[in-house]
Design a protein around this ligand. Sequence first.
Ligand SMILES: Cc1ncc(COP(=O)(O)O)c(C=O)c1O
Length: 445
Amino acid sequence: MPEEMTQKAIPRENITQSDFPEPEDYFRVFEGKPAISPRNKTEKYTHFNQFPGYQVLQKRKVEAQQNNISVPFFLTSESINNDRININDSEYINFSGYNYLGLSGYKYVSDAAKAAIDKYGTSVSASRIVSGQIPLHLELERVISNFLGVDDCIVFVSGYCTNVTTIGHLFGRKDLVIHDNLAHNSIQTGCQLTKAQRLIFPHNNWDKLEELLDIHREEYQRVLIILEGAYSMDGNIPDIRRAIDIKRRYNALLMIDEAHSLGVIGETGGGVGEYFSIDRKNVDIWMGSLSKTFASCGGFIAGNQALIEYMKFSTPGFIFSVGLSPPDAAAALAAFEIIQREPERVKRLHKNTLLFLELAKQHGLDTGLNSGTPIVPIVIGNAISCMQLSQRLFDLGIHVQPIIYPAVMQNDARLRFFITSMHTEDQIRYTVSMLAQELAKLEKR
Ligand SMILES: Cc1ncc(COP(=O)(O)O)c(C=O)c1O
């Protein structure tokens, strides 16, 4: 077995802050102070093809070519991203999209979006605070707050922007923000944007979180702890009850990003609130994305009345950005309606996830930290092997995306399978058996 295949992923519990890429490191090489005066005429500082990051990118493309890998990114699909997908006139079983309940492409949802276009056009053409608000915005915010059981909600045009602008805006120089080291890039970027001090604790390591709070709590005014409801690269669920207990004892605030958990976990898709049977009011800031289960585009923050009122009048990513487009608002609204009207979708999603995980276990596949969510990583370790495996599966009619650095750490590459309620038992059985077969072949080389 080649050495590259034996490189095992570092156990997530042992990851330290320095092992994980900072967003600013992506494809950048720091060169320190310019060696020559920037006023000198040099292409180095004026041509994008001279940017060190661009050159790293070219090197990676050559590496892929040398390993006979066609770059598996930016594949263009010509169909709905569902249990199947059409790419280059061929149909594939698809595990590369997070249309968890099959609501994007569902006629009821599409019809709602079309009706909204007929009534309001394709854009609201202004920020909501200055004439861009339509009734659909308010209705969607009401439906989301009711779904969660909190006072109020504010919707944004992007899930990513929701985290960046919310965290970036609410906290300042005298505050502390502290997040799990597997937090999504949007959380990390929001933390970098604030003038608050930032700390990172090892994944799900509550003792370490408490230790950091013991040492630092007293130095700051507000302290925000940020977690995800289901981690987007690993598919595991943190112990929210423990987090609530900690935030109470240290007089801190708790924010939970439910991008991959709302509509997904909990018996009826009620997210971590339902999964842990907790009163949602115990968490200060709920964040969600509309682009996953909710068949749309955008994000939201939900919480108490004061938080939402303050944010509506002051958050830069809200007041200086256009309101959610009419079809996006209508699609998300319809999706929330269907989740409640057709609970069998969530049940099917759970059944499919269980089947995939059971089969993976039978074949001895490494599903990493997955704790029963429909985000199933198959941890490979080496990035080239991971891309090769993805390509072999593609040749067998299965589309699954390789996840490599910087989305995860070096040597922690994995195939990430998103299971949906639309997958059939046959699709899942075929996929897991091909996956085991091709991985074994790759390891034997
Ligand atoms: C945990 C998490 N938060 C936020 C986002 C951003 O959401 P969106 O893709 O809707 O912008 C993502 C995207 O995948 C995510 O995984």
